[in-house]
Each structure stands twice: as C-alpha cells, then as structure tokens.
Ligand binder design. Structure first.
Ligand SMILES: *[C@@H]1O[C@H](CO)[C@@H](O)[C@H](O)[C@H]1NC(C)=O
Ligand SMILES: *[C@@H]1O[C@H](CO)[C@@H](O)[C@H](O)[C@H]1NC(C)=O
Ligand SMILES: *[C@@H]1O[C@H](CO)[C@@H](O)[C@H](O)[C@H]1NC(C)=O
Ligand SMILES: *[C@@H]1O[C@H](CO)[C@@H](O)[C@H](O)[C@H]1NC(C)=O
Ligand SMILES: *[C@@H]1O[C@H](CO)[C@@H](O)[C@H](O)[C@H]1NC(C)=O
Length: 373
C-alpha cells in the first residue's frame, strides 16, 4: 500500500517539468472535498495536482496548452496502479482548457476504470490525433453522467462512437453543448442501454434536421428526457417529426429558449410519441399556442412567450398543469418567481417608468407648442 503511491509519485515526477517560480496552481478546500487546479501560468508546477489526491471533486484547467508532454502515460501499464486508483475518493472530474491527444485522453479513461468516478465533464478541449485501436473488452469508468461542452475532435462525427468505447455502458445522463459535430455515424455508434437523459441544449446550429441526424435510431432505447434548449429548433412539429424518424419515446421534452413559430398552414401533421407527458415551451417567442401539440399532457409550460390573449380551451391540449406566467396578456404582471434569470419584473417596471417619463415629456412638448392653449 505504501509502495504504490511512491511509484506513482516517481512516475509523475519523471514526467513533469517542475518550475521554481510560480504560485501553487491547485487549491483544496478545508474539507479536502473539492480541489481546483488552474495551470494557466506559463510554466506551471504540474506536480501540484498531487494535492488533489484525496479530493472527491477535482477540476483541472490547462490554460489552453497542449498536454502532449504527458503522452507517455498512454504507454504505461496502468494495471500497476490499479490498487492506488481504487483507493482514490475521486467521484467528479472536470478537465478543461487544453489540447489533448486522443491517445492520452482514452488512456486516462481506461486508468479511471479502476476508480469510483461517477461524473466526468470535458470543457473547452481540442482532442487531437487519431484514437488508439478499440479496446478488446469493456473498459473505463462506470459514469452516470458525462458532460461535454465546446470540445472539438480531430475525428469529426466519429467522436462519440470512439469515446463510448472507453466508458462502461452504464451512463444515464449525456450532456453535449457547443459541439462542433453532432452528425454521428450511426452505424459505428453502439446502443446506450441505460441512457435516460439526453441534453443537446446550447447547440444553436442544430435545428430539426441536425436533431434527426443526431438521434440515431435504436441507440437510445431508455431515453425519457430530451432537452434541446437553444438548439435552433423552428417548430414543435419539426421536432415531432425528428422524434418519429428516430423512434425515440421521451416522456419529457424541453424546447425552451428556441425561437419557435407556429407550424405553417397546410404542413402535414405529426404523431407525437404516446409517452410524452411534459412539454416545455417557455422563452420561445410564441405569439400563439402552436397547432398540432399532443392532445393530452400532464405538464405544459408556455411561460415567458408573447401570447397577447389568454389561450382558448380548444387551442390547448388537455393538460394537468399549465404555466402561462410572463406573457403579455397577463400584464400588468404580478411579481413572478419563475425561472426567468433576468428580472423581468424589474425590467418592465423600468420600462413603464421610462414610458411615463416619455409621456410627460410629450405632454410638456404639446403644452409648449400651445396644443392645450
Ligand atoms: C510543486 O508542487 C509540489 C506539490 O505541491 C510542491 O511540493 C513543490 O514544492 C512545488 N515545486 C515548486 C518548484 O514550486
Ligand atoms: C486561471 O489563472 C489565470 C491567471 O493565473 C486567471 O487569469 C484565470 O482567470 C484563472 N482561471 C480560472 C478558471 O480560475
Ligand atoms: C472553446 O474551446 C476553445 C479551445 O479548444 C477555446 O479557445 C474557446 O475560447 C472556447 N470557446 C468558448 C466559447 O468558450
Ligand atoms: C442541459 O445542458 C445545458 C447546456 O449545457 C445546461 O445549461 C443545462 O443545465 C442542462 N440541463 C440539465 C438538466 O442538466
Ligand atoms: C438576459 O438578458 C441579456 C441582456 O439583455 C440577454 O443577452 C440574455 O439572452 C437574457 N437571458 C435570457 C435567458 O432571457
């Protein structure tokens, strides 16, 4: 037990170029729970990362630099360190702001297969070079959540199929934002047997067509929640068609923060998945309730749209819980404690007092012009 950490220490020391000048890049909180490393300095002391060894949550940012110098890790037999890695309390890991060779990334994932890592977040990375040959047996961490934001891959649309080979198939939640390619090669992709939540929010270029391509048929059999906020969706009907084409059966669909329009008149109708019972259409710029919504829903959220009148019963699905806050027809609006991050109550209060100033200004002008004389 004593020897393994020493070996790792030696390995790390032999790989790292230690510099004498800079402050400690890693900080651990008092409970030894969370450790954050920022290697932005020009000559960072990489071995400072060792201070994270007892932390449960670790965040490492590479200051945008290349991690190619650590490529030797990919040639190391990580089995030698399995016992050490098993003792790590690490559960949540964020790696950000770096250029990482695919060889290194996947070697590290394989090594983390011995760990208790549950949640992995990759952010602002450029993954370079060709990936290693696929592993012969299931390997990698048993993640429940994988989040990927602004990561580019040298291998284009194959990236998810490649990454998938280096994590176990237990994953339940997959978040992919600011992706440079969601045009997955479906033939290469394996099934995600346990994936409950797929979140493709914050991909403004996706659109309905991109969604149809991303939702590879039969690869998401357990999907219950699909989030496509701010993802360039144009009409609920188009999204319905994408779901039908992919054969996914979500219970919850979040289309908020897209600029949605009502479906064009004469557009063919679409049959929504019979499982769908919760539909979020908030912050979608809607001026009327779109036609062709599912006929029955438990939850329909139409808050913070531009509805100028209260929707008639015949325009709405049969719905258990309907949210309409933040629509103009409810003005003057009561203070809302809804999810609007911008305090719209404040904004509208400002706007109306500016309007008042404007009105009295206009009155003063009119008076000045002798209109009331
Ligand atoms: C680098 O970090 C290690 C671990 O925190 C520390 O022991 C060492 O003194 C640091 N080296 C320099 C040169 O600052
Ligand atoms: C990392 O450190 C640099 C300077 O050393 C600083 O400018 C930057 O804001 C830090 N980044 C984070 C995420 O803390
Ligand atoms: C995305 O990641 C790249 C590094 O790969 C970085 O240069 C860029 O600033 C990031 N973009 C955003 C919006 O954070
Ligand atoms: C879905 O992804 C977006 C963008 O990354 C994020 O802001 C949001 O919190 C995610 N939703 C959930 C439920 O995690
Ligand atoms: C909040 O307001 C800012 C500035 O007006 C805007 O850029 C942003 O999109 C708004 N956010 C939401 C969620 O409406």
């Amino acid at each position: 037990m004593v020897r393994a950490p020493c070996l790792l220490l030696l390995l790390l020391w032999s790989l790292m170029h230690v510099s004498a000048t800079v402050p400690e890049p890693c900080e651990v909180d008092d409970d030894n729970f969370r450790c954050v490393c920022n290697f932005t300095n020009p000559q960072p002391n990489w071995s400072s990362a060792l201070s994270c060894i007892n932390a449960v949550e670790v965040e490492i940012r590479g200051g945008g630099r290349s991690l190619h110098q650590f490529i030797k890790i990919a040639d190391t037999d990580l089995k030698l360190y399995a016992n050490l890695v098993r003792t790590l309390p690490l559960q949540r890991l964020t790696v950000g702001a770096a250029r990482v060779p695919a060889l290194l990334l996947f070697a590290v994932l394989r090594g983390l297969g011995y760990s208790r890592l549950n949640e992995l977040m990759l952010e602002d990375l450029e993954v370079t070079g060709t990936p290693p040959p696929p592993p012969l047996e299931a390997t990698g961490p048993a993640l429940s959540t994988l989040s990927i934001r602004n990561v580019s891959w040298a291998t284009g649309g194959s990236w998810l199929a490649e990454l998938q080979q280096w994590i176990l198939p237990d994953i339940k939640v997959l978040n992919i934002a600011q992706a440079d390619s969601l045009a997955f090669s479906c033939a290469e992709l394996r099934t995600f047997p346990a994936l409950v939540t797929l979140n493709l929010s914050d991909n403004p270029g996706l659109g309905e067509h991109g969604l149809t391509v991303a939702l590879c048929p039969h690869k998401f059999p357990a999907l219950r929640e699909l989030e496509v906020r701010n993802a360039g969706m144009k009409t609920p009907n188009g999204v319905c068609e994408a779901l039908a084409a992919a054969g996914v059966q979500p219970h919850h669909l979040d289309l908020s923060h897209n600029s949605l329009r009502a479906t064009a008149p004469g557009a063919p109708g679409c049959v929504w998945p019979s499982t769908l019972n919760s539909l979020i259409l908030s912050f979608a710029g809607l001026e009327q309730v779109p036609k062709g919504l599912p006929s029955k829903l438990s939850v329909l959220d139409l808050s913070f749209n531009r509805l100028n009148r209260e929707p008639r019963v015949d325009e709405l699905p049969t719905v258990g819980s309907l949210t309409l806050d933040g629509n103009p027809f409810l003005d003057p609006r009561p203070p809302t404690h809804q999810e609007d991050p911008n305090d719209s109550g404040m904004v509208s209060a400002c706007a109306s007092s500016m309007l008042a100033v404007g009105m009295s200004g206009a009155l003063a002008l009119l008076q000045g012009a002798g209109a009331f004389a």
